[in-house]
Design a protein around this ligand. Structure first.
Ligand SMILES: NC(=O)c1ccc[n+]([C@@H]2O[C@H](COP(=O)([O-])OP(=O)(O)OC[C@H]3O[C@@H](n4cnc5c(N)ncnc54)[C@H](OP(=O)(O)O)[C@@H]3O)[C@@H](O)[C@H]2O)c1
Length: 336
């Protein structure tokens, strides 16, 4: 089979296409012919060697998000059949329940081989069936970004109509956050560097738009838009915790997710007790959350937002596209 591997040392020159044996299927595993994969910011950062995982073994198959068709099942598999359409969870060992270090020790395309290959094999509990209403490209968009937003806004926040949610930028996590927040009747304030992208966000239901280039103190604007009260929830992906805290209302929660831009200001955490605010770390989520996310989108005829689709031969172009920040929503690669 054809697969990409990231070799040592990690950089874009060492991101190479090769020919390898197809994976062997163990008793509890299913083999999947991969039809599409999607990119996350982490894939770009890893491919550039910006960080590594403890115990990572190179060369490694990169990327975490895939959808495809089951072509073989192990002797003990009961939940999935040959021919089923499935997507793969970011953490192959976090099937259900709360976070634990053991469940999140292995992450696809990080601390263990990922999905940028024509065939992959995973435990049956690490995969989720996908309804026929989603194309493979759409299904591959859900796992990392979608589950991260779902885990924050639904599992943790238990979002209610009228809640206010602040989203930073228009990348994968934020656009899933927008769709999920609107599904639950929340008010959404979204920021972006681009008025064109803000117009796209408005078309998806965003209530208030802030261009963070034109309005660097976007947190003041967010407070103003909430009549001085502040927002209930922030999906903090920008690395701007100090500003996000200033935008947060008393009793509100910041979900600390990522940091796409360097922060030059230390957050003032001393007021957290007086304002009974929470800072909650989020690390993607379980296969059950992925299944719930698929069901919620399916039941409401929602589709994930895909900015651009690339062919398997052009994965490096897809990475470059992510690197220059031109995308809106998800970037997907068609496999095979
Ligand atoms: N903890 C977790 O489990 C988890 C899971 C998924 C992702 N993450 C992290 O979350 C972050 C986002 O991931 P992603 O895959 O959604 O990335 P992405 O699709 O590449 O989106 C990044 C977006 O961030 C926006 N942005 C850039 N600089 C910004 C700034 N100074 N202020 C506000 N927004 C800014 C840009 O939006 P505009 O173009 O609209 O300006 C850009 O499109 C990354 O740090 C990633 O590692 C963490």
């Amino acid at each position: 089979m054809k697969a990409y591997k990231l070799h040592d040392p990690k950089n874009l020159d060492n991101f190479k296409l090769g020919t390898y044996d197809e994976p062997h299927v163990h008793d509890h595993e299913v083999k999947i012919q991969v039809k599409a994969v999607s990119l996350n910011y982490r894939d770009w950062a890893l491919a550039n060697g910006w960080f590594g995982y403890p115990g990572e073994k190179l060369p490694m198959i990169p990327f975490s998000d895939a959808a495809g068709v089951v072509t073989e099942v192990g002797a003990s598999v009961t939940k999935v059949q040959v021919g089923d359409r499935v997507a793969v969870n970011f953490f192959p060992d976090w099937h259900d329940g709360a976070f634990s270090s053991a469940k999140t020790h292995r992450s696809l395309g990080g601390s263990t081989d990922g999905v940028l290959a024509e065939y992959v094999a995973f435990d049956e509990d690490a995969v989720v069936k996908v309804s026929d209403s989603f194309s493979f490209e759409e299904a591959a968009a859900f796992p990392c970004a979608g589950v991260t937003a779902w885990h924050s806004l639904v599992t943790q926040a238990q979002l209610r109509p009228g809640d206010t949610v602040l989203l930073q930028g228009t990348g994968g996590v934020s656009i899933f956050g927008l769709q999920i927040a609107k599904l639950f009747g929340a008010q959404v304030i979204i920021t972006s560097s681009s008025d064109e992208k803000l117009a796209q966000a408005k078309a998806l239901g965003a209530d208030h738009l802030i261009n963070y280039k034109q309005t660097p103190n976007w947190e003041d604007k967010a407070r103003e838009l909430t009549q001085g009260e502040g927002v209930g929830y922030v999906l903090e992906v920008a690395g701007q915790l100090a500003s996000s805290l200033r935008a947060l209302k008393a009793g509100g929660t910041i979900f600390q997710i990522g940091a796409v831009s360097p922060s030059d200001e230390a957050p003032n955490l001393r007021m957290l007790p007086l304002a009974t605010q929470r800072l909650q770390g989020i690390y993607v989520g379980s296969a059950q959350m992925l299944a719930d996310l698929f069901k919620a989108f399916d039941a409401n005829q929602l589709k994930p937002v895909i900015g651009q689709v690339f062919d398997f031969a052009n994965v490096k172009d897809a990475l470059a596209h992510m690197g220059n920040g031109a995308h809106f929503g998800k970037i997907v690669v068609r496999v095979g």
